[in-house]
Design a protein. Sequence first.
Length: 297
Amino acid sequence: MSSVPPASPAPPAEPVVRYERLGPVATVTMNRPRYRNAQNSAMTYALDDALYEASADDGVKVIVLAGAGDHFSAGHDIGTPERDADLPHARRAGMWWDHSREAGAERRLAREAEVYLGMCRRWRELPKPLVASVQGACVAGGLMLAWVCDLIVAAEDAFFADPVVRMGIPGVEYFAHPWVMPPRVAKELLYTGDRMSARRAYEVGMVNRVVPRAELAAETRALAERMAGMPRLGLALAKRAVNQAEDLQGLHSGLDAAFALHHLAHAHNAETAADPLGGMDVRAMKAADGARAVRDS
Ligand code: ZN
């Protein structure tokens, strides 16, 4: 007999997305704080489930999208140990074909059409208002999640950047840049890869409120609760009316056009460089960011 006590059971794994409902407000929280909420497929599908759950729940009027930890989201997962871009994940009826069975540009196109552009479009069109609660990094794929929300509340420490041009790719898959900020500002963001502060994002109309970091959750909740006082149908129709106006201003077809260019760039990279990201993995992106920080100082 051993005197060693039996090991206590391992704690249940933390879910990659948390879902909480308090009164009429559901809060969906990205929960990979260790990796600054980098989005792997496990997370995007969990987000999809949570947002549809909130949408289907009659008691929910408004949905808050948040990120656990110090950062909203550092973007798509391009280098954590749980990076899972190659796993089969085609589950949604009406979406693209099972990308895990395909090869080359077809595989990439099918995956990104589903996991990135497709999901973002569907989330933007959910009938209930979404409020993004953004702190710290909101970078590349993180922008897409904030932009599909109807309103954005930013902490003073929030910053926004799309450094994807460094990969030779013209910005992230959900290319809403010229609709969520003036085109000239969008070009500056893309051409430099620089960070836009929360204050500037407010000045150009990309975010609705800038609040101290300590007050972010409470301010977001207060705003969501005010909205929740409105009739459900009124909110759904108002949302639809504004979304339709954006689409009439070219958002829907603009996203399609830019997505095609995005995939031209991926294919070019795959043909001429190490990989579809042009060799710019998470380490190379960080190094480029660091070099810029040194240069700027
Ligand atoms: Zn892509």
